[in-house]
Design a binder for this molecule. Sequence first.
Ligand SMILES: Nc1ncnc2c1ncn2[C@@H]1O[C@H](COP(=O)(O)OP(=O)(O)O)[C@@H](O)[C@H]1O
Ligand SMILES: [Mg+2]
Length: 236
Amino acid sequence: MSLHIESLRVDLAGNVVLRNVNIVLPEGETIAVVGRNGAGKTTLLRSIMGLIKLTSGHLLLDGRDIGTEPSHMRVGAGFGYAPEDRVIFPTLSVAQNMALPCEVQRVPKREIAQRIEAVLAAMPQLKPMLPRSGAALSGGQGKMVALARALMVGTRFVLLDEPFQGLAPVVARQYGDSLRALRQSHPHLCVVITESNASLLEDVQSTTLYIERGNVTVDHLNGQHSAPQKDMSLTT
Ligand SMILES: Nc1ncnc2c1ncn2[C@@H]1O[C@H](COP(=O)(O)OP(=O)(O)O)[C@@H](O)[C@H]1O
Ligand SMILES: [Mg+2]
């Protein structure tokens, strides 16, 4: 049970933004996608979510090509997405923000309550925030809520776009703790995390992919060298 991304190409405004991307997102794994600004990280996640039309290529989920299906079907297929800019609705409470994507999917109320409980098991620090207004959240709290909301529908895949960017160290540590707790509470979940600053992911156990000008590789430097080990990095 994995998502196979095959020969993916995405052109935007006449430019090739993703070229020949071939990756597998297996269940139960955390995959980091590291690359500098403009490399194509957000475009990759938006393509997986069906928010961008693929120029060519396939997204094979259990053998079915979902690459041509509309984005609302991703949510039903168990994909959750926390965009870079969070998008927390200020007129709704935190609990309502979390429930919203489930309500759109007509998930029964009881099931929504159960999912909130499951998310709180991994993110207990959210519990006191549930009644709070979305407008009253700090940037870091907003990122936590965005993760929680993605988890409400992301029963198989959660895609997190630069979640650590701009977090204060204490909040980043909490966020990392939540990701570790998730591995325990949602063992089959595939978590995809993009980051431009790889050092922010030091505490996250993951397989790392590198993206550079729309090319995705497992190894750094276009596959000419393997990713430097921590103790070797001083010599490069
Ligand atoms: N809607 C768009 N139209 C045209 N070009 C775009 C659009 N969105 C992104 N791009 C371009 O695609 C490239 C990758 O962008 P993006 O996926 O946002 O990178 P990242 O998230 O890694 O910073 C950049 O060169 C960016 O300018
Ligand atoms: Mg981006």
